[in-house]
Design a protein around this ligand. Structure first.
Ligand code: GAP
Length: 459
């Protein structure tokens, strides 16, 4: 299968790709991002004080804003800015019937092998050499592969037993399929239209890793777009293009992205066509998002297992049909991580190497940092008053510790696009100094026009 940087037969109407970036692994960059994340409150190992709980992460004061901004940017373009997509927030716990119908009970498995020499467990399909254990280096020590189901099973209510079994959802998608008729009947939407959802999903991954790239608990941003069967191919191409453009529009450099159509033997059990948006992670190209043409597989399955008709009645044509579905499915946590990697820069300032996260303003955790030049109350008093006037418009940080240079550096490190310094003159002239992160240029702006000035800069 050819790896296509951006343009493919599908994408022929997109601009020509930038030259592909060097794809050799950059372990140094990976370590720097992980260290920055811990140091600046982006993501912490979960249950850190107990030695950590493997493969789960807690998002800190900066990380929670970053993740929220990724989700808000997705929701804005997928729901708010469209007339043909509505939202949903479905339950995380689901009964076995849903997962039997969707095929997850039978098919959502990975091939697991154990090394009889060192007892390490591996996913067979992810090994460089299926005969060599990457942990101990021995050859021919693997057990026969076993299919390991990735769903977390639990029980609802105090009495164990078959009737109490339920599962944590491994994808948000099924919530949209089982609610298809509820949404049609309550919203009066007709195909082509979509249902979008953001939320937690859970997979008992055999080999989680690479920081927040593959975890057992993560967040997804998925949209199921229901279309008349004859329009499925056209909408599949449309969504491949739209989703690729979304990353570019939010500041991802084109040479770190590519669209890769799946080969036939790679397709999921439900898919008749899938393309992945891939990002150049520090270990090489890997998946950010999959755009799949799921046909009418899911609605057919739920219709036959539930006994409820899920056919759409097209009044104008006087016909009933099961819509086909195009699904753009992205990981919110994985996308936030990719934004961090893409934004990471180091600059020399007065002989010192500093980190700057050049995040798009919509993704940046804080939009504005408000910095009084001194901790003296005659400055902090009016400065806090100014902060209160800006806060309804922007997520702001406030910092009055250490020198102004150190404070600028701290804001650069978490990607804050604008710093506003309130100095001794500000009390008299009612103006402040606005410093721009990427150019480091400074401008004197009247406090009265500050919100409008910043809004124009961050349109
Ligand atoms: N409904 C289709 C579906 O779930 P998927 O490719 O399995 O498709 C979609 O998942 C996206 O969810 C992936 O592209 C990835 O960004 C994210 N994702 C999947 N498993 C993940 C994990 N274990 N940790 C973090 N993100 C994950």
């Amino acid at each position: 299968m050819a790896f296509l940087p951006v343009a493919s037969a599908l994408m022929s109407d997109l601009p020509a790709p930038a030259s592909p970036a060097d794809s050799s692994p950059d372990h140094d960059l990976f370590d720097k991002i992980v260290n920055l994340s811990k140091r600046r409150g982006i993501a912490f190992q979960s249950a850190d004080i107990y030695g950590g709980f493997r493969s789960t992460y807690d998002y800190g004061p900066v990380g929670v804003l970053l993740l929220r901004n990724v989700k808000d940017a997705w929701w804005r373009s997928m729901v708010q800015m469209r007339h043909d997509v509505v939202g949903l927030d479905a339950a995380i716990l689901g009964p076995p019937q849903v997962w039997e119908a969707s095929g997850h009970l039978a098919n959502f498995t990975d091939p697991l092998v154990d090394c009889t020499n060192c007892q390490a467990r591996h996913r067979l399909d992810k090994l460089d050499d299926p005969n060599v254990c990457p942990t101990c280096g021995k050859t021919g020590t693997f057990t026969e592969p076993r299919d390991f189901n990735l769903m977390f099973k639990t029980q609802a209510g105090p009495v164990a037993g078959a009737g109490a079994d339920c599962y944590l959802r491994p994808e948000t998608a099924q919530g949209m399929f089982v609610n298809f008729m509820n949404v049609v009947n309550s919203s009066r939407k007709k195909p082509p239209f979509g249902i979008a959802q953001i939320g937690k999903s859970f997979r008992n991954e055999i080999t989680p890793g690479n920081f927040v790239f593959r975890t057992r608990e993560f967040e997804q941003m998925e949209m199921e777009f229901f279309v008349p069967p004859a329009e499925a191919d056209e909408w599949y191409r449309y969504w491949c293009q739209e989703r690729f453009q979304w990353y570019l529009d939010h500041g991802m450099p084109e040479n770190l992205l590519r669209l890769r159509p799946h080969a036939a033997d790679e397709l999921s059990h439900y898919s008749s066509g899938t393309s992945d948006v891939e990002f150049l992670f520090p270990w090489g190209w890997d998946e950010l998002e999959g755009i799949a043409n799921r046909g009418n597989y899911d609605l057919t399955q739920h219709q036959s297992h539930s006994g409820q008709s899920l056919e759409y009645y097209d009044q104008a044509a006087n016909e009933r049909y099961l819509p086909h579905v195009i699904e753009p499915a992205a990981g919110a946590t994985r996308t936030a991580f990719a934004f961090l990697i893409a934004a990471y820069n180091e600059v020399e300032v007065k002989g010192e190497t500093r980190t700057v996260l050049r995040l798009h303003h919509r993704i940046a955790p804080y939009k504005v940092a408000v910095l009084p030049l001194s901790k003296k109350p005659e400055l902090t008093g009016p400065c806090l008053e100014m902060l209160r006037a800006i806060q309804p418009h922007f997520m702001c940080d406030y910092d009055e510790t250490q020198s102004i240079g150190k404070r600028y550096a701290r804001q650069d490190e978490i990607g804050t696009p604008y710093c506003v310094t309130f100095d001794f003159d500000s009390v008299e002239d009612r103006a402040v100094t606005v410093r721009e992160r990427d150019t480091m240029e400074q401008e004197r702006i009247p406090i009265e026009g500050l919100v409008r000035y910043l809004q124009e800069k961050m349109q």
